[in-house]
Design a protein around this ligand. Sequence first.
Ligand code: NAD
Ligand code: UD1
Length: 331
Amino acid sequence: MNILVTGGAGYIGSHTCISLQMAGHSVIVVDNLCNSKVDTLNKVRQITDKEITFYQMDVTDETAMEKIFSNHHIDGVIHFAGLKAVGESVLEPSKYYYNNIVSTIILAKVCLKYNVWRFVFSSSATVYGDNEAPFNENMPLLPTTNPYGETKAMSERILTDIVKANPAFSVSLLRYFNPVGAHESGLIGEAPNGIPNNLMPYVTQVAKGKIEKLKVLGNDYSTVDGTGVRDYIHVMDLAEGHVAALDNLTEGIHIYNLGTGQGTSVLELVKAFEQANDIVVPYEIGGRRPGDIASCYANTSKAKRELGWTAKRNIIDMCRDAWRFEKNYKE
Ligand code: NAD
Ligand code: UD1
């Protein structure tokens, strides 16, 4: 199939381009490069030895999107393009609502106009809010604590209503847990701007000596050791989950958790990182981060049953691959 990947130069999108090409699909990327570099796509070409068509355009620009859809026969889209910094979304809510919601509406509208029936959307486990883990797809969603999370919940509702009105539209809402790690080549990975917000890139930058020590954000949660528990998933497993979602897509709206089903605490992750890479990660205990929940991990049985997909890589693989990328990465 010819797959249009929005946000394909970004972290998850670029890894998914690799999995799509390895599975025999052709890839067209549209990205405005607001949080990525075009060189990442050169690295993807180097890894797969295949061509990628690239458009530096904004998904909120309907005329630009129409141009792409009229230039190419597109069989399906994966919509990664979005802004994702939780803290920034609290400070600049309208920027987040505009970018994330308008891009989803325009992309869906153009898909319907050009008879593109397959649509895969990047959602997040954040839509579960403070439910009791493990989270399953049938749980009623609880409010998220920030505009970023709300853009995901709203996009899910908008796409659900579009499917109701257009029953042949085939949409998969993929709720990611915590994507970490990098392609095993070490050529592409997660390279956040400035000080990382998320745990794994923070740990790799401490390991590199860019940051003095990790601050563990709370050790008084009701978890195995008091620190927050998350379901970390290797980005290549996540990428392969997208191929499975696309290949198994049928009419209607479908929701899948993409996680491992395994919870790991902050201290367990630090230990796994030290073990995988034989490197010490200095840390200190700090206070809780507002909006954080104690435990977040997936019930993964639906993706296994309906997509035949499960994550294969473990926490040691994630730590090893994240470090391999960080070690070699030059800004
Ligand atoms: P990323 O920032 O690395 O990638 C997003 C890409 O989209 C970037 O390359 C950016 O330049 C591009 N982009 C943003 N707005 C655009 C627009 N209007 N038009 C064109 N391009 C645009 O982020 P990521 O981690 O790869 O995340 C991909 C998607 O998955 C996002 O929608 C994110 O919200 C979602 N998600 C990410 C995580 C995570 O932990 N990384 C977790 C759950 C969900
Ligand atoms: C964050 C986002 C969430 C998003 C998810 C995946 C917030 C409030 N939530 O969630 O919306 O969907 O990333 O991108 O930002 N931790 C530390 N020290 C740090 C950083 C994190 O101890 O420097 C802890 C956190 O308290 C948490 C765990 O590590 O317990 C994981 O944090 P993080 O990687 O930011 O992911 P989430 O909290 O799941």
